[in-house]
Design a binder for this molecule. Structure first.
Ligand SMILES: NC(=O)c1ccc[n+]([C@@H]2O[C@H](COP(=O)([O-])OP(=O)(O)OC[C@H]3O[C@@H](n4cnc5c(N)ncnc54)[C@H](OP(=O)(O)O)[C@@H]3O)[C@@H](O)[C@H]2O)c1
Length: 303
């Protein structure tokens, strides 16, 4: 049966492909292969986006809302979530919750499921990125960073996975960073959390092949958001060699994430020029070691 005629391709289904593969090169037919493609149809799906009150999460909420998803938005700033939910409409709800405490990582889930039913798509996006010397970060801030960026996304995923696998139809999007592919000085702990999340994400995708649960790993470079602005402020602004680093926008990234889900893609590096960090990590490492002291000029001077 062709993908367009399969049960899973009906409007409202997440996966176009349960066992075989839709072969794009040779047209709409299934072929036995080692690689599995799974397309995600967001229409009517319950999508949870963490860190949706601003930046990439906010842009994703708007984009997925346009795709017809039923949205649950999670972050701390209630007023921003309420405003965004009203703007998106379609039953979108906001849940104000601090995701930096692993013991309370799952507390928002009953409210989300009461509103929209089982979670079909989880977007682990909430994050912070302190920039500065490793020894300067406070112990509490460090704990919070590790939990928010790494421990809690895995904790939530671990909790939701059994239901997703049983329903044979779901998606998980993990928003990492190119700093997880090629770790960045003066963002050491941040880089470590993103490397860890990326590792979990890539391995999980392989583990879930054939289950109907798809995993998309996203690796943004600089994107113009509150987090990005704080990073540049810590570095003394977009001056010197900083200006040469390509920078993207949350709106374009959101469109790309939706497109990657709909087109069976496993990972996304954005802006595209930074794909060198994935394909040529050693070269990128060398470049970074050469330029980092200048990019991070302000930071590189011990106080
Ligand atoms: N912008 C970049 O250059 C860039 C590059 C690489 C990767 N990324 C990644 O992209 C993701 C989104 O960041 P962004 O650039 O869009 O920055 P942003 O605009 O600052 O968004 C971060 C989001 O995380 C939420 N958040 C922060 N602490 C939280 C907490 N304790 N509990 C719950 N939610 C919390 C914030 O909401 P509240 O403050 O309302 O809680 C906000 O919605 C992050 O994981 C970041 O690491 C960004």
């Amino acid at each position: 049966m062709s993908p367009s005629g399969s049960a899973l391709s009906r409007p409202g289904a997440i996966c176009r492909n349960g066992q075989g593969v839709y072969c794009r090169t040779f047209g709409p037919r299934y072929i036995p292969t080692l690689v599995q493609g799974v397309a995600v149809n967001l229409s009517g799906k319950h999508v949870v986006i963490t860190g949706a009150s601003s930046g990439i999460g906010e842009a994703l909420a708007k984009e997925f809302g346009r795709a017809g998803a039923r949205l649950t938005l999670v972050a701390r700033r209630r007023e921003l979530l309420d405003r965004l939910s009203g703007e998106i409409g379609g039953g979108c709800i906001g849940i104000a919750h601090d995701l930096s405490d692993p013991s309370k990582a799952l507390d928002w889930i009953p409210a989300a499921e009461a509103a929209h039913g089982p979670i079909d798509v989880l977007v682990n996006n909430a994050g912070v990125a302190p920039t500065g010397r490793s020894e300067a970060i406070g112990a509490d801030e460090l704990e919070s960073l590790l939990n928010l960026n790494f421990v809690v996304p895995i904790r939530i995923t671990h909790h939701l996975l059994p239901g997703m696998i049983a329903r044979k139809s779901a998606a998980i999007v993990n928003v990492g960073s190119v700093a997880g592919l090629v770790p960045v000085p003066w963002q050491t702990c941040y880089s470590a959390t993103k490397a860890g999340l990326g590792g979990f994400s890539e391995a999980l995708r392989g583990e879930l092949l054939g289950t109907g649960v798809v995993v998309l790993s996203v690796y943004p470079g600089p994107v113009t958001t509150e987090l990005g602005e704080k990073g540049y402020a810590a570095l003394g602004g977009r001056t010197g060699i900083n200006r040469l680093v390509p920078e993207g926008t949350p709106d374009v990234l959101a469109v790309k994430i939706r497109s990657h889900l709909e087109n069976e893609r496993a990972r996304l590096v954005y802006p595209g020029m930074l794909v060198t960090s994935r394909w040529f990590p050693n070269w990128t490492r060398w470049m970074l070691d050469k330029v980092a002291p200048r990019v991070f000029d302000k930071m590189s001077k011990p106080t």
